[in-house]
Write a protein that binds this ligand. Structure first.
Ligand code: ADP
Ligand code: MG
Length: 626
């Protein structure tokens, strides 16, 4: 038997790092600016704790410079810098992180310093876009500056340099395939995307500013050239909620989404440091009905560095419709998404966010019910979706989720139950909750229900059928029934004896006559002894059938239900005079005309009469009145 070590040499790994470590070449700039930021934050920390004697922290900035002719990109900082020895240690040793080491060394004092680095690999991303990389660096310690050069082969050179001020300059000799990174526009785009809220000011070129100088008649507009600082180093989410006003939150929203003109409905400030670290601000935007458009609007940061706007797996699915930022150093983003979902910290973060959102909604509901009702239409989708997908959220939201009626009264479930229990409990002791989805289309049915003193809800969000299904299974003895799903007497079955004006024999005859004229493939004739003043003909669609079809249209429900043809019931009121007329009419032609006309009227009130049939109906009606 032989044993041994697999020989991994740098020659082998280097090209791998270049090729596969980061799929996105553009992130090199984010990595180098993160290093420059770390170097500056380290110096800040060291001066704070008195470990950098004789050094003044001042107002350091980071500068990004393009040298188009020389095909070079410079990233310059005024941070701790490195001695030659440190370059050997931190740069030449791949996967050795000086950031990690620093945090380890200053464990207690530096844990909130905002240091970004972690894995000791970021620097090498420079070789994805550069043939050659130079580092000119001078440590804040009394030691000569160093100049490191490497052309991407593992060989490097290291010599003394004459840089005087502490800090580091990284020079990238941009390769042929990456010349886009010598364009000002492209660099600007990257700085805006990744570095907009980083904690150290970043200068990219200069810009002109005009200022008024002098007094009175002598006053002149004068042009000044100032540094073009591309970032806001103190974004709102890094501040304490107590230090922010409503206006600050709105301004920050505009900063985040400059192209968004609609104001957010409200915000939620996230702020925890145990058992994980997380800050952020979430906004409830006004949602349009196109839900797919709303996704990927929450931006994810780690220590103020933008990482991604794909928060799938970190934020519960139903909250991906929100906007805003989340910042947490505790999300392992270098791993695959499926692994992410199994990560303990990520799970905790996700349920923390859910809880915060639920608490915020609850307090809005408690503090200003009227305002909450006004906003309900805009926020209901998120809440209803949350109730469907997260059991814990359901339990909380059950206390503040609102059920509006067609007359614009808003009830919580409990209030609704209390309000309707006397009048809307059926003979089997089931509470029947009536609803409509369209006030105009279902007007006739709504009216009939209201005449009986029933409350009719108006539920019109696209996922409502799923929500009703969920409510029916989590609460006892209730059922939701749409007003047009049966005749009014059958919607809420009471124990009343129904008296029919027709004998059983007459009913059979009537049914036969009707079925000859009414198209069988569309309608099932259903005779009912209703109030003589109730509609003679009504078209209904059974709740179960319709709901399953709706559910399969929006994902879910019973398999195959979506393909079932539309079937309706034609409820015929045997106690109505017109129906009696139909039965007793002697001529076949007249009988047929009466049935057709009545059927069409019933269809008309359900919005089902269209096309040729509508044209025929209109013609026939004119003939009847002329
Ligand atoms: P990480 O940032 O994860 O530690 P990097 O590969 O990005 O890994 O950097 C390796 C190390 O090189 C850093 O930890 C730091 O010690 C050193 N370094 C890189 N850039 C700079 C810089 N601009 N100033 C000072 N030190 C730097
Ligand atoms: Mg780094």
């Amino acid at each position: 038997m032989t044993t041994g070590n697999i020989n991994v040499s740098v020659e082998n790994i280097f090209p791998l790092i270049k090729k596969f470590l980061y799929s996105d070449h553009e992130i090199f700039l984010r990595e180098l600016i993160s290093n420059a930021t770390d170097a500056t934050l380290k110096l800040k920390h060291l001066t704070n704790i008195g470990e950098a004697p004789g050094v003044e922290y001042g107002n350091p900035i980071i500068e990004v410079k393009i040298d188009k002719e020389g095909k070079k990109l410079h990233i310059i900082d005024q941070g701790v810098g490195m001695t030659a020895e440190e370059v050997q240690k931190y740069i030449n040793e791949v996967a050795f992180s000086g950031a990690e080491e620093f945090l380890e060394k200053y464990k207690d004092s530096a844990k909130d310093s905002g240091i970004i680095g972690h894995f000791g690999l970021g620097f090498y991303s420079a070789f994805m876009v550069a043939d050659k990389v130079e580092i000119i660096t001078k440590s804040f310690k009394e030691e000569p500056a160093a100049h490191w050069t490497c052309d991407g082969s593992p060989k490097y050179s290291l010599e003394e340099a004459d840089k005087k001020e502490h800090g580091t300059e990284i020079i990238l000799h941009i390769n042929k395939d990456s010349e886009e990174f010598l364009e000002e526009g492209r660099i600007n785009e990257l700085l805006t995307k990744y570095n907009k809220f980083m904690p150290i000011p970043i200068k990219f070129g200069t810009r002109e500013e005009t200022k008024k100088v002098g007094e009175g008649d002598d006053a002149k507009e004068e042009k000044f050239t100032v540094d073009n600082i591309v970032n806001n180093p103190d974004p709102a989410w890094t501040k304490q909620p107590a230090d922010l006003k409503e206006e600050d939150y709105k301004n920050f929203y505009r900063e985040l989404y400059p192209m968004q003109f609609e104001e957010p409905l409200f915000h939620i400030h996230l702020n925890v440091d145990y058992p994980f670290n997380l800050t952020g601000i979430l906004y409830f935007p006004k949602l349009s009905n196109d839900l797919t458009m709303q996704k990927d609007k929450i931006q994810l940061y780690q220590n103020q560095v933008f990482v991604t706007d794909n928060v799938e797996g970190i934020v519960p699915e139903f909250l991906t419709m929100l906007k805003g930022v989340i910042d947490s150093p505790d999300i392992p983003l270098n791993v695959s998404r499926s692994y992410l979902q199994a990560d303990g910290n990520v799970k905790k973060i996700s349920s923390y966010i859910t809880r915060k959102v639920a608490d915020k909604l609850k307090s809005l509901f408690n503090e200003n019910r009227e305002d909450f009702e006004k906003k309900w239409n805009d926020i209901k989708i998120v809440i209803e979706y949350g109730m469907l997908s997260e059991e814990k959220f359901f339990d909380k939201a059950d206390k503040f989720a609102l059920y509006p009626t067609v007359d614009n009264n808003y009830f919580t479930f409990e209030e609704l139950q209390e309000k309707i229990k006397d009048n809307q409990t059926d003979k089997d002791n089931k509470l029947v909750i009536l609803y409509a989805s369209d006030k105009d289309a279902q007007h006739t049915y709504i009216n009939e229900a209201k005449e009986r003193g029933y409350e009719v809800l108006l539920l019109d969000s696209p996922i409502v059928s799923h929500l009703l299904q969920k409510l029916e299974t989590s609460k006892e003895n209730i059922s939701f029934v749409r007003v047009d799903s049966d005749s009014i007497d059958n919607l809420i079955k009471k124990d009343e004896e129904k008296i029919s004006k027709l004998s059983d024999e007459e009913k059979d005859t009537l049914k036969g006559v009707l079925e000859e004229v009414v198209p069988k493939e569309k309608f099932t004739v259903q005779l009912e002894s209703l109030d003589s003043k109730a509609s003679p003909f009504t078209i209904t669609q059974p709740e179960f059938m319709r709901r399953m079809k709706e559910m399969s249209a929006t994902g879910g429900g019973m398999f195959g239900m979506g393909n079932m043809p539309e079937m309706y019931n034609l409820v015929v009121n045997t106690n109505h005079d017109l129906v009696n007329n139909i039965l007793t009419t002697k001529t076949k032609a007249k009988q047929e005309r009466l049935i057709k006309q009545s059927l069409d009227l019933a269809r008309l009130s359900q919005g089902l009469l269209k096309g040729e049939e509508l044209t025929n109906f209109v013609k026939r009606s004119y003939d009847m009145i002329k």
